[in-house]
Write a protein that binds this ligand. Sequence first.
Ligand code: CU
Length: 494
Amino acid sequence: MKEVSRRKFMKYSLGSMAALAVGSGLDWIKNEAIAAPRVNTLNFHITDAIKDMGTHNSINTAQCYFWVYKEDRLPAESPGPTIFATEGDVIRINITNDLDEPHAFFIPGMFNSGPIAPGQTVRKFFTAKNAGPHLYFDNLNQPVNRAMGLHGAIIVHPKAPAPGHKFTPYGKPTPAVQQLFDDFGSTAWWPGLAWEQGDPATNTPPFRRHIWLFHQASPTLFAAVGNFTPGLDFPSGQFVQRFLHDDFSPTNNENIQGEVGSDIPRYFTISGQSGHFSHNTPYINPTFRVGEPAVVHILNAGLMTISMHVHANHFFVTYFNGVVQENPIWVDVFNVYPMAIIDYTLPYMRPPDVPNVRGIGRADAGLPAGVSGGTTWPPNEEIRTFMPGPAPAGVTPFQIVGNLTDGAGNSLGVQLSPLCYPAHDHSEPTQTSQGGNYNMGLIAGMNFIGDRNTPGAMNFPNQPLIHGPGPGSPFGVDGLIFPTAVQPPWFQEG
Ligand SMILES: [Cu+2]
């Protein structure tokens, strides 16, 4: 095994679910509003860490060495913490480089720290602008420093919508995107809530948004970078070649545990998580009702192309690499190239795969004369399925029953609800954890917990999912930063 110079240097290790407290959706910002810190100044250290990948257990460890932006008040993690700001905010930032070669903090079009020497601290400020999603990253020795984990998302919210219009996620929306967000909640074809509109009665937050920040990790290559001659940059050409094209035969590449293997990435992450840990995490997966439109900010900090595909709803591509779209196409899969930033705007309409006598996505009605059976929306077939056993005849929808009981006569029947649809990468043969099974790789979802446009179906029964972590949740309350002492105008407490 090679000498591991950086391991003496390393200050942080990650191994618990609490390390997930870096991702965010506005839903849990709202839920955790009282405890969430709003800070004047970001205090970042550029340092390194060992992260548990994929398994999150101590028996079958799957660890990887990373470089991270660590905020003083938050756990070490890659990606770094999501920063929420409002257009025009002045953000103070102190950045200390604890590693032994120059590093930087860069937001295209917004801020550039310039090279920060080992041991040096820079104190700067910048103004949040260009409302929309942005990547922050280390732009030195590209793409090595960024790919080693030095990246994160900054979401700039517009100060106000144009007069007479509703909020969009952008400062200067195109007419088509403005029309879409104006239509949400106020037209016959998009009934329900506007994007800017919440509903305390259903615990629905306003400004529903999630962040899917993509990255790929190579335990052997990252260890090689960590072990490289202190003070020298790892050759970027060699890094890219090994990352994308190394063969799968065993080589002398070693990870931090001394295991050998290919330098091809083994871990494909969404906001730092894979598989079960991305698919069942409230801050990654939108979980709303029909009529509660939501935005997913897609950012690819890695070196491989992702084609994230969402079941249940087509999404509008409203933003592409800094450009609000003139013509927001409505698609179910869209390529996300390295460094691409794309917004998927989910209308949260009825999943059209649930059939309906009036047509896909339309309001339901009784069946035509002479046709037997029942209506199909609310999704009776799905949520009237009881395990164990069928519901007795005559049972109304949304009533938990079963044909088995416990000793006290209580039913054991459980309805299958809510409706959970997957979202996954359409280039899955390579984009998976150690190959061959996207359930261990890039998997997220889109969940429906009710329908606010259908009487009696506001809340589907038996919901195991929640909008976000509650008090005492292992996800913690520290996963977001408002870099201003002033509560943003778009922030509302329910
Ligand atoms: Cu699929």
